[in-house]
Design a protein around this ligand. Structure first.
Ligand SMILES: Cc1cc2nc3c(=O)[nH]c(=O)nc-3n(C[C@H](O)[C@H](O)[C@H](O)COP(=O)(O)OP(=O)(O)OC[C@H]3O[C@@H](n4cnc5c(N)ncnc54)[C@H](O)[C@@H]3O)c2cc1C
Length: 375
């Protein structure tokens, strides 16, 4: 979120300094791990759809400016037992905002997607215009384009604290102090450290991702196999996965990636050893065996990544109260924020420079956390 904000602020002609404790990109926060799903028929809440339409537009613009490909249109298969919110929420958002969505009858499923073994009674939808983003390429492109537009980005520089002093905000790092008119805080899993007043509303969890060598690789390649989201009757959340992508140096191997979208074990953001992953991997392999048996082969790699979740799992994008509109916060992306990076960067730039935005973010305000009894 931060590097996209640097890009938009610098493109708007203002001066901006970005501070990152590691490198951009890296594998210790929330954006690591090769791929991210992007979709528009948003089951989480229809209010996200207008932001997603703008996000798609902004990703295309980034691809054009940086002459790179960050997005692959794979389509997305949704499957769930009857009456599940994954299906009804997706249908509600699609109907309200005219997002293309297909319903697959049982007889069509095997013909179109032979790799899946779905219980006959499950509801199955396909969102043809959904796909995947390559997060390392997205962030590298934003960094490169922000620098070209005049941004200053300092990596390996950790922010220790900040304070409003008179008309300025003073930010302290190990290397020194910086003074600015407006501070934008996009600290991911570290947000509670930089914003102690939000700490009790943000839960950091460890998420486990696995890559396996499919038994029949031809069925799972980019170009023929879709991204997917499947709800299991006995478990909250959903399993999801991606086609096999070519090996990239950073991000993951050329295997079939599977993960579980549900907050995992609570951890500290700075915990370098995120503990034993075997029981999480067992759950992933069980799901693979159930729904994609021909994908279930040798385990290639396991990685961990961090979610930072709010109590209602909706984002927080707002001004911090009592700071004269000089401190903006974007946090609590609750495991579904990456697809929005391109629009959140624009929103943050609007809030920092114009103190308002025309993009519809009213439902993501801080006050709802206060109403829920947290700061
Ligand atoms: C396993 C997994 C799968 C996911 N799948 C999807 C998906 O399919 N689709 C989707 O849309 N979203 C997905 N997400 C969610 C998405 O990746 C996150 O919501 C998004 O990356 C959050 O962005 P962020 O900028 O808040 O955090 P980050 O990307 O972690 O960025 C925060 C940055 O702030 C830096 N920082 C923190 N504190 C300091 C400090 N004090 N000083 C300097 N720098 C600091 C950190 O080092 C970090 O680089 C997934 C997340 C995970 C973990």
């Amino acid at each position: 979120m931060g590097v996209a904000a640097c890009y938009h602020v610098s493109r708007a002609g203002a001066s901006v300094l970005g501070l990152e404790q590691f490198a951009i990109p890296h594998e210790r926060g929330s954006h690591g791990g090769q791929s991210r799903i992007i979709r528009q028929a948003y089951f989480e809440h229809p209010d996200y759809v207008p932001l997603l339409k703008r996000a798609y537009h902004n990703w295309q613009q980034l691809e054009h400016r940086a002459a790179t490909h960050v997005y692959h249109p794979t389509g997305l298969l949704y499957a769930a037992p009857p009456g599940h919110f994954l299906i009804s929420g997706t249908q509600t958002s699609a109907a309200r905002y005219n997002v293309a969505l297909q319903t697959l009858a049982p007889s069509e499923r095997h013909v179109r997607f032979p790799a899946f073994q779905l219980p006959h009674h499950y509801d199955v939808l396909v969102e043809p215009e959904a796909g995947l983003l390559l997060p390392h390429r997205c962030l590298s492109a934003y960094k490169e384009q922000a620098l070209l537009a005049g941004a200053v980005i300092k990596e390996h520089q950790r922010v220790w604290g900040w304070q409003k002093k008179g008309n300025e905000v003073v930010v302290t790092t190990a290397q020194g102090e910086y003074r600015c008119r407006t501070l934008v805080i996009t600290a991911g899993a570290w947000a509670g450290q930089v914003l102690p007043s939000l700490a009790s509303s943000l839960r950091v969890t460890r998420q486990v991702i696995a890559w396996v060598q499919p038994q029949k690789p031809a069925l799972f390649q980019l170009g023929s196999f879709p991204c997917w989201l499947i709800a299991h009757p006995a478990l909250p959340g959903s399993f999801y996965g991606f086609p096999v992508l070519p090996h990239e140096k950073v991000g993951g191997p050329a295997g079939l990636k599977i993960a579980y979208h549900h907050p995992g074990r609570v951890v500290e953001a700075d915990e370098p050893d995120r503990g034993d992953t075997q029981s999480d991997v067992d759950v992933l392999m069980d799901a693979l065996n159930t729904y994609l048996p021909l994908g279930c082969g040798q385990l290639l790699t396991v990685k961990t990544c961090l979610y930072t979740s709010t109590p209602d799992e909706h984002f927080v994008i707002d001004f911090l109260p009592d700071m004269n509109h000089q401190v903006v916060v974007a946090a609590g992306f609750s495991g579904h924020g990456f697809k929005f990076v391109s629009v959140v960067g624009e929103v943050l730039s609007d809030l920092a420079l114009q103190k308002k935005t025309d993009l519809p973010i009213g439902f993501l305000g801080l006050s709802r956390l206060a109403r829920a009894g947290t700061p």
